[in-house]
Design a protein around this ligand. Structure first.
Ligand SMILES: O=C(O)C(=O)C[C@]1(C(=O)O)C=C[C@@H](O)C=C1
Length: 309
């Protein structure tokens, strides 16, 4: 049976994203306690592919995922899912809000409920946990109970047999997290017309205006960027790489040309996949940047070169 990994345990938002992946239906779902462990299992071939969080609309990039994808043996993103984030505050049955002194959850979740906490439990202490669901299972019968309440998904509270003390406690009601399905680079999904490409760009340190030189590769070809984050390379202070999502597929002429341009101006380019967008939004192709425009220009150059003795 095909095995799909995910950042678990059962009850995480990441599991919800995997449950929404049609090819994973009927397959074995294998939870891992951290993003690093999840991606290590993909690299080792223990699972075919795995779902991990990459970006939240309130708190931004999931650095554990960005860093684990940028280095190590190659992996590619083969798809993405968006999950609406709704948090509850849950505790062991019998507890009331007045009993809550410590609250466990994932750091990204805590950042999304800080306002609610300040308004409702200003004296409570935050206890970081590996995931929102692990904060809930810690309170289940047999769990260690290292905190009084968990911030988690409603399903995690239910699975752990907890009582919900407050519902929908996120500060931003329309919060969404984006998850990516990651695999070893055996094949790249075919273009759909509504695709994204993910890259990590390492700038050359011996040239001024490094970031501008990277960005102009996209701008001159009318390519829209949907995410740009800088991450330390961890080699030396001030040395950064850029994690980027752009609209389009590696088979689109304008994307292919941008990639060859980046390969020239960057110290290194890590290609992390071309895949269908979860929102199915088709890329806006700027005037004079369609595949036909690029091919016509190539034909023109080819005809000129054919004249050379
Ligand atoms: O802990 C979970 O439930 C996760 O799936 C991780 C995660 C994240 O890394 O952002 C996913 C969605 C929420 O934004 C909070 C936590």
């Amino acid at each position: 049976m095909t095995r799909f990994g995910y950042f678990g345990p059962s009850g995480t938002f990441t599991e919800m994203a995997l449950l929404d992946w049609p090819a994973a239906r009927g397959a074995e779902h294998v939870p891992f306690a951290s993003v690093d462990a999840t991606l290590a299992a993909v690299r080792a071939g223990e699972v075919e592919a795995a779902m991990v969080p990459i970006e939240n609309s309130v708190e931004g990039g999931v650095t554990a995922t960005l860093d684990a994808l940028a280095s190590g043996s190659p992996l590619i993103v083969v798809g993405e899912r968006l999950v609406k984030i709704r948090f509850v505050l849950a505790a062991r049955p019998g507890m009331t809000l007045a009993d809550i002194a410590t609250i466990g959850t994932h750091s990204h979740a805590w950042a999304q409920v800080r306002g609610w906490m300040t308004a409702n439990l200003p004296d409570a202490t935050y206890v970081p946990t590996l995931s929102t669901a692990s904060a809930a299972t810690d309170l289940a019968p047999g769990g260690e109970g290292r905190h009084d309440a968990a911030v988690c998904a409603p399903v995690a509270a239910e699975q752990a047999g907890l009582q919900v003390l407050a519902e929908d406690i996120g500060d931003i009601k329309r919060a969404v997290t984006r998850f990516v399905l990651v695999a070893r680079p055996h094949h790249i999904p075919a273009p759909t017309g509504a695709d994204k490409t993910t890259l990590v760009l390492f700038q050359r340190t011996d040239m001024a205006g490094g970031l501008l030189r990277l960005l102009e590769q996209f701008a001159t070809r009318g390519i829209n960027m949907t995410r740009l984050e800088s991450r330390p390379t961890k080699h030396s202070m001030g040395d950064y790489c850029f994690s980027v999502d752009i609209e389009g597929h590696v088979l689109d002429e304008r994307v292919g040309e941008a990639l060859t341009g980046l390969k020239r101006v960057c110290a290194d380019v890590v290609f992390l996949g071309s895949y269908a967008r979860a929102d199915q939004a088709r890329a806006e192709v700027a005037p004079y940047n369609s595949d036909d425009d690029f091919r016509a220009a190539d034909r023109w150059l080819g005809a000129l070169r054919d004249l050379v003795d």
